[in-house]
Design a protein around this ligand. Structure first.
Ligand code: ADP
Ligand code: MG
Length: 558
């Protein structure tokens, strides 16, 4: 039964293929980065599996990636002797998109090519990017441990469907053969391919080989064209910014340079190397708390897993990069990572590193920090609740809109607030509302404006949650201006206190009448001195749910 069978692509694959071919034409060369990185991943996976089953490597233990071109035939071939794929794996890996949130991603596409191509870049183009330069693609693959006649050939023109058939393949691993389009013939040139390999793949932990040419140009064996040394194992001083940036693009599947990075060798109770990046742009699935593909875990340079959630708290899920431990056992599993002293110390260390990297940015380059905040601030706001140990540090990184500034941009730090506040002021005042305008125009602010006291204006969904976990900053308590009996403490002068008491007496009866008329709708009606031009406003009791929280709960169906 060696007949080929035809299968249809999942709808999303068709959409992705179409989009890619039409939006990435100006950045064609990335197909090679994607295919070489898949080959390198395949080697990593094999090395990892061979830890528990050495026979998988068999007599072919030197792992490599090979890139070659055949001008006559018009093909480029990328080969590896990595893990390979079984028939089922081919079906799902090269016929569907397995990422969660894929439908969500497609719903974000607008038809605007520049915008969409950026989104596709963030989504990760992967294997299908082969079709940017190829009119048809053939994949011949034999899984590690499978017999020579159990290999699979997949082929497709990148339109609606692909063909599968069983074939013989002498060696383990995968060959990806591209039949190059007329408008991409430049990539049939070996020099061109070599320059792309060195640009994108120099740092990979595996040799990328190309045909070795003798003086007459005849192919004579293979030679490595990259350095083949994992970037993070090299000395910081020997790595250029360009190399750091290219490495980021490979591991983060991003088209853009990172905003900043930090490379550290940690020694002491636990020994590890970390290379952590902050991206410039939010990934398309930033809001999905479950989707966390930030940190890769290596043990002694051997790749162990993607998405090592235990190494970075959820509120820092925008961080990309890797950690390479010298202490963990190579056969570490997710279960072991879950509750492990070594991982805990790596996580604490990396958290501190990221927070201090951000503090430094805020101090040295406030404008760039603002850019960071506008992109990832909302995620960082999950921090004070999730990570009490670092609460003060996280709080110092928060930015707010404020009555002191005339803009909805959240650009005021708590330190700036403290610096501006008069000596007698005891609390940090804030308000949470549905929008910046609603916060700014809330009548509860009238008294603060009159007295010239700054109030932080919060209007994101998460803000109520944030403020319920922040009680003090540098020993100053946070005080909502719409909650409880507002006590301005020493900011109050004697005169107004007396006036207030007099007014309360005078309006006691009216307040009672209002209370009666409103019945169940209110808990009580009080005379207030908060307002200077509005007649009334709604507040909540110190211990009750705030109106904003009540709205959130209602929206959540509670
Ligand atoms: P990603 O690399 O982000 O997972 P890709 O689209 O690049 O996405 O690849 C899809 C999947 O196909 C990979 O996750 C891998 O399982 C499989 N794959 C691709 N190329 C190879 C290869 N050379 N060897 C083994 N598996 C491969
Ligand atoms: Mg890939």
């Amino acid at each position: 039964a060696r007949q080929s069978e035809t299968h249809g692509f999942q709808t999303e694959v068709k959409q992705l293929l179409h989009l890619m071919i039409h939006s990435l034409y100006s950045n064609k060369e990335i197909f090679l980065r994607e295919l070489v990185s898949n080959a390198s991943d395949a080697a990593d996976k094999l090395r990892f599996q061979a830890l528990s089953d050495g026979s998988l490597l068999a007599d072919d233990a030197e792992l490599y990636v090979r890139v070659s071109a055949d001008k006559e035939a018009g093909t480029i071939t990328i080969s590896d002797n990595g893990i390979g794929m079984t028939r089922d794996e081919v079906m799902s890996n090269l016929g569907t998109i397995a990422k969660s949130g894929t439908a969500d991603f497609f719903s974000k596409l607008s038809g605007d090519q520049a915008r969409d191509s950026r989104l596709i870049g963030q989504f990760g183009v992967g294997f299908y990017s082969a079709f940017i330069v190829a009119e048809s693609v053939t994949v011949r693959t034999r899984a590690a441990g499978a017999a020579a006649d159990e290999a699979i050939e997949w082929s497709s023109r990148g339109e609606g469907e692909f063909d599968l058939r069983q074939i013989d393949k002498a060696k383990r691993g995968t060959d990806v053969i591209l039949q190059v389009r007329d408008d991409a013939e430049e990539y049939l040139d070996e020099w061109r391919l070599k320059s792309i390999v060195t640009k994108y793949s120099d740092h990979l932990n595996i040799p990328v080989q190309m045909p070795k040419r003798d003086d007459d140009g005849k192919a004579d064996g293979w030679e490595a064209v990259n350095s083949g040394q994992a970037l993070w194992t090299r000395e910081k001083s020997e790595i250029s910014d360009e190399e750091y940036k290219e490495f980021y693009k490979t591991i983060a599947h991003d088209f853009e340079d990172p905003l900043l990075w930090s490379h550290n060798k940690v020694e002491g109770t636990s020994e590890y190397t970390s290379l952590l990046y902050i991206p410039k742009r939010a990934p398309w699935d930033l809001w999905n708390r479950e989707q966390q593909n930030g940190i890769k875990l290596y043990v002694k340079r051997v790749f162990i897993m993607d998405d090592a959630t235990q190494l970075m708290p959820t509120y820092l899920r925008f961080v990309r990069g890797l950690m390479d431990s010298s202490d963990l056992p190579l056969n570490v599993s997710r279960e072991i990572l879950q509750d492990n002293k070594i991982t805990r110390s790596m996580r604490n260390g990396s958290t501190k590193k990221v927070l201090s990297m951000l503090s430094k940015l805020a101090k040295d380059e406030p404008e760039t920090y603002q850019q960071f905040w506008n992109t990832f601030g909302t995620v960082l706001k999950e921090g004070p609740a999730e990570d009490q140990a670092n609460q003060e540090k996280i709080a110092s990184l928060l930015r707010f809109a404020s009555t002191h500034m005339d803009t909805s941009e959240a650009s005021t730090s708590l330190d700036e607030y403290l610096e501006r506040m008069p000596e007698q002021q005891q609390s940090i005042y804030y308000i949470v509302a549905d929008s910046y305008e609603a916060a700014r125009d809330n009548p509860a602010l009238e008294i603060f404006r009159k007295k010239g006291i700054e109030v932080l204006l919060l209007s994101e969904r998460i803000d109520e949650w944030l403020m319920s976990h922040l009680s003090t900053y540098k020993e100053k308590a946070f005080q909502s201006v719409t909650r409880g009996d507002l006590d301005l403490g020493e900011l109050e002068d004697e005169d107004s206190k007396q006036q207030q008491e007099a007014a309360e007496k005078a309006f006691e009866d009216s307040a009672k009448r209002f209370e009666k008329a409103l019945g169940d709708k209110v808990k009580s009606v009080r005379v207030t001195h908060r307002l200077t031009s509005s007649p009334a406003c709604i507040v909540t009791d110190e211990n009750d749910m705030s109106t904003q929280m009540a709205k959130l709960m209602e929206a959540a169906g509670q």
